[in-house]
Ligand binder design. Structure first.
Ligand code: AMP
Length: 630
């Protein structure tokens, strides 16, 4: 039975960029809006063609305008967005009036929908992030108030007459501490940055800042948590000068040496940027496995400059700095042999510049840290919130004497400090000259993932649970790529940031715990329930044993923080798992997600997926309908 058409018209639709690598494209579609669905069709010679996609009206959560992107052609001046359960659709109306009509009509029909959002993103999601707030997850909570929400949720508009269990449910997200300082969003500093004049503040790598003005195309005005502002922040012109800060920049090496290094790496998309034989020019060299009788090939691409002084590898994609060009081609092959996936470096790992003092290069001055409150306690002792240099929130792990094998830890610390990824809790430095030793890390305002799930899990929707797992998978893929084994991956060892992003913490730390209960397999703290069979039988850790633990973590997330195998003790778990017993499917998990968990629990490590594979599987669940790919 077809329901009656409420509104119909030809609009421009932007492709949904389900894969980060697919560039946006725009197609004319006939949109047909009925009480049931918003469907869009091929449209050729004034005739409706085949259906390309459809959104169930009940699943729509927000409809709103979007700020047009810079230098937008006339036909794309009136964009609007439809946020729905499985995705985000951008459509361009023909003019202002046409857009107003679509938005009003849509709003009328969705006003009683159960999961309307109270916040939205005023900027487009482009090339892997929202232009308004830089969040990199498509389902990240909005950064600006969605005004119509308040009107729609006015008690006088609500369905009070419905019996209790039929009232629309509206789970509100838990409050996000520190938000609301800026409608423009948050920026994360990529480098330390010293003040250039008196009006500037210094920026600390990985610290977050509120963007208070983005008027200047090159410079943002940002403020720190205390409201201090700087006239400038990270910018592209500064980046231009600092190619040597990038892992992929190798400077002067010969073509032969470059090919040797890339082949040695042997990974699809291994790449580096080197100085070209022409002074002041650069060459991007990339390796692909999939060509030339499977032995792979290295191709060298010169970075060209066009008449407007912009640089490019593919003529249609021009940039004003090498880092920007590389970032683009990390997501888009756009004519290259393959996209740039794995930077290959010739440099020794760098020491972060937050750590200039004391015994080791990581040493921080204890007097620069003021402890303000207790955050929790773990295997090594108490964790406190602190202010570093009076300005920056940090978490300080206070290591009790004899709770850690300190020498081994200090040996490893530098490796751990150099592991820097947006989804890893950043280790900033340490104070090691006396007890308690301080381990200073990034502060995560929503605390441990496990307690967050227990306290707020019911307020989260399955897509947000999936997003949390995806965040963890991103971090783990990074560790896997750097051949670093976590050894104790579990929800209790992940932390939740103020925007609900989840980051992996305590990587590698399990090795340094001096606690019999923790280390021994009969001890209550040993993570048997997260351990793969080869771990509890032979202590054989690998990235594949991390994959097993990741499967358990997905289970924890979709069970909202339940204890795995809650009816069994460690000994019984060893027995049961060895016999092939596996955890059941949590109610909130779809069959597909449960299949992912089960694949992580393959008895044979080599038959478990890698994090790299897991990431692409999970990415496909985050994506919505796949029409209109270029
Ligand atoms: P851990 O010693 O890592 O197990 O930490 C113990 C508890 O301290 C965690 O469960 C969190 O509640 C809290 N905590 C640890 N690190 C941080 C951090 N970086 N930011 C916020 N809270 C933290």
């Amino acid at each position: 039975m077809q329901s009656e058409t409420i509104l119909e018209g030809v609009l421009l639709k932007r492709s949904q960029q389900k894969k980060k690598i697919s560039p946006a494209n725009y197609k004319e579609r006939l949109f047909v809006f009925t009480q049931r669905s918003l469907a869009y069709y091929d449209f050729d010679k004034e005739k409706r063609g085949c259906r390309k996609g459809s959104i169930d009206i009940k699943k729509i959560r927000c409809v709103e305008t979007v700020n047009p992107e810079e230098c937008t052609p006339v036909e794309r001046q009136y964009p609007f967005q439809i946020v729905y359960k499985e995705g985000l659709l951008y459509v361009y109306a023909t003019n202002q009036e046409n857009r107003r009509q679509w938005l009003e009509t849509l709003l009328k029909e969705i006003k009683d929908n159960p999961f309307l959002l109270n916040k939205y993103h005023p900027g487009f999601f482009t090339n892997g992030k929202f232009l308004c707030c830089n969040q990199s997850c498509k389902t990240a909570p909005g950064c600006a108030i969605w005004e119509p929400y308040n009107t729609l949720r006015d008690p006088s508009n609500s369905k009070e007459h419905l019996p209790g269990n039929l009232k629309p449910k509206r789970p509100s997200l838990p409050p996000i501490p520190g938000e609301g300082k800026s409608s423009l969003g948050i920026a994360v500093a990529e480098h330390d940055y010293g003040p250039q004049d008196k009006s500037d503040i210094s920026l600390m790598k990985n610290q977050k800042y509120h963007i208070s003005s983005d008027k200047d195309p090159d410079w943002w005005k940002v403020g720190d948590a205390d409201g201090k502002e700087t006239g400038r922040s990270e910018d592209t012109s500064a980046e231009k000068e600092r190619l040597q800060d990038y892992e992929w920049y190798v400077g002067d090496i010969s073509r032969a040496q470059c090919e040797q290094l890339l082949r040695q790496k042997g990974k699809e998309g291994a790449f580096m940027v080197r100085n070209s034989s022409q002074v002041g020019k650069y060459t991007v060299s990339v390796f692909s496995v999939a060509v030339e009788n499977k032995s792979g090939a290295v191709k060298h691409y010169h970075i060209h400059t066009n008449s407007e002084n912009k640089i490019y590898l593919a003529q249609d994609h021009c940039f004003d700095s090498v880092p920007k060009l590389i970032i683009y081609h990390q997501h888009n092959s756009a004519g290259l042999l393959t996209r740039l996936r794995h930077p290959v470096s010739t440099k020794a790992k760098k020491v972060p510049s937050t750590a200039p003092l004391g015994n080791g290069p990581w040493e921080l001055r204890r007097t620069d840290i003021v402890l303000t409150k207790e955050l929790g306690s773990g295997q090594f002792g108490v964790v406190q919130l602190g202010k570093w240099k009076g300005e920056y929130d940090v978490a300080v792990k206070m290591i009790r004497e004899s709770s850690m094998s300190e020498d081994e830890f200090l040996e490893e610390a530098q490796v751990m400090m150099n592991l820097s990824h947006p989804k890893l809790v950043q280790l900033y430095g340490m104070c090691t000259e006396k007890y308690p030793i301080y381990i200073v890390t990034e502060f995560m305002s929503n605390g441990s993932l496990l307690s967050y799930l227990k306290d707020h899990g019911k307020e989260l929707q399955p897509f947000q649970l999936l997003e949390m797992c995806y965040n963890v998978c991103e971090a783990m893929e990074f560790l896997e790529h750097h051949q670093f084994i976590h050894r104790d991956l579990a929800a209790r060892n992940c932390l939740v940031d103020n925007d609900l992003a989840v980051k992996v913490s305590d990587f590698g730390m399990g090795r340094f715990v001096l606690d019999d209960q923790y280390i021994s397999s009969v001890g209550t703290k040993f993570s048997v329930k997260w351990s793969a069979p080869e771990v509890f039988h032979y202590s054989k850790f690998s990235s594949k044993s991390d994959v097993w633990a990741f499967g358990i973590l997905i289970w924890e997330v979709f069970s909202l923080g339940k204890q795995p195998y809650e009816l069994y003790d460690n000994t019984q778990v060893v027995e049961k798992v060895s016999q092939g017993y596996r955890l059941y499917r949590p109610q909130l998990s779809s069959e597909e997600i449960y299949e992912i968990m089960c694949s992580c629990w393959n008895e044979l490590p080599e038959q478990r997926p890698t994090f790299h594979q897991l990431l692409s599987w999970m990415e496909s669940f985050r994506e919505d309908d796949s029409d209109d790919r270029p």
